[in-house]
Design a protein around this ligand. Sequence first.
Ligand SMILES: Nc1ncnc2c1ncn2[C@@H]1O[C@H](COP(=O)(O)OP(=O)(O)OP(=O)(O)O)[C@@H](O)[C@H]1O
Length: 264
Amino acid sequence: MENILEIRNLKKSFGGSKLFKSRNPKVAVDNISFEIKRGEVFGLVGESGCGKSTTGNLISRLLTIDSGEIIYRGKNISSLKGRGLKSMRKNIQMIFQDPYHSLNPKKTLGWILMEPMIIHNLYTREERNRKILEMLEIAGFDETFLKKYPHELSGGQRQRIAILAALMCEPDFVIADESVSALDVSVQAQILNFMKKLQRKMGLTYLFISHDLNVVYYMCDRIAVMKDGKIVEIDEAERLYTNPKHPYTRALLEAVPGRNQIED
Ligand SMILES: Nc1ncnc2c1ncn2[C@@H]1O[C@H](COP(=O)(O)OP(=O)(O)OP(=O)(O)O)[C@@H](O)[C@H]1O
C-alpha cells in the first residue's frame, strides 16, 4: 500500500526567546519520523504532554513547524500557504475531543453540516442537500435533526455531528485527537464503531491520537508510542499490545486497568 503521509524529522518547540537567552524553549516534538499508509488507522499514544496534539496540529498546519518535512500524497506541505493550504485543509480534516465546544451553539445542525461545503465552494445546492441527507442516514439521524441545535443533543450525538461535519468535504485523511475522551465509556464504543464504519464507507485514513491504550488498540492497525516528544516504538497494534519491546510501552500497558475493555 502506498503512503498517504510521511513525516520526516519533524520538530517543534514552544517558548524560549532570542532576547532572554536564559528562557529555555520546551521541545514538544523532537525529531519524529513515521509514515501512514492509505486506508490505515495509525495510532499515536502516550501520556499527557508527550507531544501528541502538537504532532496532529503540525500535520494539519494549525501550527508551523520548526524543521522537518510533512509529505502528503507525495507533496511537501510543510510550508504551503494561501490557496494551496486551503485546498490541503479540505483533504486533511480534524476531529477534536470536545463536541460541546467544537459545534457552534447558535447554529442548527443543518447549517453546521452545510457550512464546510460552502467554505470550500463544493457541489451544487442539490448535491449539498443530498450529501447532508446521506450522511445523516449513515449516522442514524432522521431529517428532523437538521432543525435542532447542539444543546438538544446528547454528548454522543454531538460527537457524531462533529464527525459528519469534518467529513462533508470528503477528506481522505482525518486526524482524530482524543475524539472519545470527553464521552462516557458506554458511548465511547459507539463512536469508535461509527468512525470505523465511516472509514470503510469513505475509504478514510486516520491518525488516531489518544492517551488511552485500550482505545488505540481497538481502533488502530499500527501504533506509535510517544514519550517526551519522541517516538519510542512503532509496531502493529496486536504485536505492540501483546509483545511490547520498549520499557516505556510496557510501563504504559501495565498501567492499563483492564485490557480489551471495549467490545463491539
Ligand atoms: N501553545 C503552546 N505553548 C507552549 N507550550 C505548549 C503549547 N502547546 C503545547 N505545549 C507544550 O508542549 C508539550 C506537548 O504538548 P501536547 O499538547 O502536544 O501534548 P499531548 O501529548 O497532546 O498532551 P495532552 O493529551 O495533555 O494534550 C507540553 O509540555 C505542553 O505544555
